[in-house]
Ligand binder design. Sequence first.
Ligand code: NAD
Length: 287
Amino acid sequence: MTTEQIKTVAVLGAGTMGNGIAHVFARVGYKVILSDVEQRFLDRALDTIGKNLDREIKKGKLAEAEKETVLARVKPSADMAAIADADFAVEAVPEKLEIKRAVLAEADRILRPEVIIASNTSSISMTTLAALTKRPDRFVGMHFMNPVPVMVLVEVIRALQTSDGTFAATMELAKKLGKTPVAVNDAPGFVSNRVLMPLINEAAYCVMEGVATPEAVDAVMKLGMNHPMGPLELADFIGLDVCLDVMRVLQEGLGDPKYRACPLLKKYVAAGWLGRKSGRGFYEYAR
Ligand code: NAD
């Protein structure tokens, strides 16, 4: 399927990433079928898309009159059968292999055979996911960054089985969204998490060993390395549980002891200190 033939996109999962992915497709004119398991998740996603469009209006990036047009392009459905007309699909369901397995099997059954399925997984092997479908050559990774409407990067990840045509069409599609696609081969953590998570992990070791306070570690990286956010601030934003899971994926997938998760990170997760979402991580947040 060429990029020009793509008019309708299915987004599977309407959570943090799914609503952002639906937003960016609808924003540039694609029809979107947004699928989730319950109506309340779809309602929440449409509400978030509306609020994020309001933000763009305030910044002068979108005309007020266009908001309803963009929103009207998103058709929510709690029944996955509704994705049958889609010309491209992006999977953004929770990061659990069993859930992805079930959703991909269903999508594979419903979607026309020529339709490309992209996964937004952060850490599961694209090659493994491609092998779960009957269209492994039409399977690819499309790794958007959070928050999707704001972040410019899309890592386009090539599974072992991904065809040249699928890869080229996906790179092209990401450009149509106004994003900058970067080509990456399938490997644990791809490039983004392979580089970012060991940085966060090392920052946690610095705190654990008493080298510096979290504030000092973040100040060094912001002021000295020009990072817009310090690694520990960023870890709290991402979720310490997510960071720990990715370190485990790197250690298991690459086998090198240098990917050993920092014991302090494990301890915080065990305590339920997951970062912003739980009110406490490396920092405390007013709730
Ligand atoms: P989330 O938990 O916010 O959203 C997942 C959504 O999928 C939920 O609304 C859930 O109800 C829905 N869902 C569950 N089962 C489903 C099914 N069978 N059919 C349709 N929908 C179903 O998760 P998220 O943070 O949006 O992450 C989604 C994916 O994106 C994961 O693979 C994650 O690794 C990846 N990702 C996340 C981030 C991030 O910063 N959150 C960044 C990049 C990639």
